[in-house]
Design a binder for this molecule. Sequence first.
Ligand code: ATP
Ligand code: MG
Length: 475
Amino acid sequence: MFWKNGTEAAIGRPGSIAARLTFWYALLSIALIASVGSVLYWVLADRLQQENDRLLAGKIAEVRAVLKLHPNDYAALREEVQHEADTLPGIYIRVLNAQEDIVADSPTPSAIFDSGETFANAPHAIDEHGRDWFSSDGKKYRLMSGKFQEDALFTVHTAMSLSKEAQLLAAYRGSVLLSVVIALAIAIAGGYLIARREMQPASRLAAIVDELGAGQLHRRVGDEAWPLELRPLATNFDRLLSRLENSFARISRFSADIAHELRTPLHILRGEAEIALSRDRSNEDYRACIESSMDEYDRLSHMVDALLFLARTEQPAAQIDKKWLGVEQEIGAVCAFYQAMADEQGITLIAHGTGKVLADSGLLRRALGNLVANALRHTPSGERVVIEAKTLRNNAAEITVSDTGCGIAPEDLPRVLERFYRVDGARARQGQGSGLGLAIVQSIMHLHGGTVSIQSELDRGTDVTLTFPAAAGTA
Ligand code: ATP
Ligand code: MG
C-alpha cells in the first residue's frame, strides 16, 4: 500500500522510507504477537487437556478402589458416584457390569452415555488419553473409559463437559486477537512517528543543501553530529562542496585572468590609435601605426585561439580521434616545422626514438609544438633541444622534450602548468607568450588519459615528459 509502482519502483525503492519502515514494523509485530499468542494458546489448551485426562483417570481409579473395597456393595459405589457428581458438577460417571447392566450412574446422565457409538470399544485398562466428543447440540465433552477385573468385570465410562473450558479458550483467543489488533494500531502509529522523527536529520540535511547557493560554497555540513547512516552522505557532500568551491574559484580566477590579459593589448591598441588620431599624419605614419598594431592583434588572436581550444578540450563530451601513430613520423613533423626557427636562433634540434603511440595526431603535434616552442624560447644560441621517444616496459609511450636552457625555478615549477602563469623576472625573455602553452599541453594529455611531468633545474635546462598510457591489450 505504501509503494508506488511503475518505473520509479524499478529504479530503486522510491516512496516514503518512514512508511516502508512502518509497514515492516507492523508486519513484524503482527507476526510476533500472533505466533507468541498461538504458542501460548496451544500450551494452555494442551495443559488443560492433560489436566482433564488426569482428572478422569483419577475418577476411574477411585471407582475401582471402591469396588475393590466393597466387592458386592453397589450401594457404596452409587454413594461414591453421587458424591462425585455433587462435588464436581460437569463430571459424569457410569459403571457397568459384565452383562452391560448399569450398576451406578451419575444423577443426571446426559445423552453421552446413551449415544451408541460414544463408548464403543472401551479399552481394558484405564486409558490415560481421553478423547473429545461433540453432542448433537454442539457441546464438547472429554470422554474416558476403563475396564477392569475385580470380583467381576466392570466397565467405567467417564465424561466431562468442556463448556467452561471452551469459553475460557474462546476468551483467550479473543484476547490474542485483540492484542494483535492493538499492537497493529500501535505499531503503525508509533512506528510511523518514530520513523518520521528519526528521518528528520535527513530532512535537515536536505534543507541545508537547499539553502546553499554559489555564495555559500565555503560551508561544510560534515562537522555536525549526523546519525551514522547520514555521515557518509554529509562527508561526500562536503567533498562535493570543496570540489565545486575549487572549480568556482578557478573559473573566477580564470575569468579575471582573461580580463586582465585582454586589457593590456587593448590598452596598447587604443593608445596607439589615440596617438595616431591626435593630429593629422602622413600615410606612412598611419601605415606604421597599423603595422605596429598587428603584433598586438596577433597576440590577441593567439590568446583567443588558445582559450577556445582549452574550452573545447575541457568539455566533458570532448571527443578525440585516436589512432596508432608512428612516433618517429610525428616528432619528425614537429621538428621540420620548428627547424627554421631553431636555425635562426642557432639551436640544434635533434629528434630520435621509435615506437608507436595511440593518439590524435593533430593534438599530439600541437602539444609537442608547444614544448619545442618553449624550449627554443628559453634556450640560448649554440645549445641543443632534443625530442626523444621511448616505449616503456608496460608499453606506455613516453616523449620527452629536453633543452639546456635557463630552466625553471623550483618555486615556479608547480605553477607553470596553470593557465596564464608565466615566470616573471629577469630570466623571462621579453615578448613572451600568453602563458597558455603548457595548460594546453596538459589538457591534451588529459584527453589522452596521459600525464605531463616537468623536471627542471635553473641554468641547466628543462625536461618535459609526456606519458601516454598503454592501450588496453598491449601491456
Ligand atoms: P604560450 O605558450 O601560450 O605562448 P608561454 O610559453 O609563456 O606562452 P607556457 O608555455 O604555458 O606559456 O609556459 C609557462 C611558463 O613556463 C613560461 O612563461 C616560461 O617561463 C616557463 N617555461 C616553459 N617552458 C620552459 C622551458 N623549456 N625552459 C624554461 N622555462 C620554461
Ligand atoms: Mg609556451
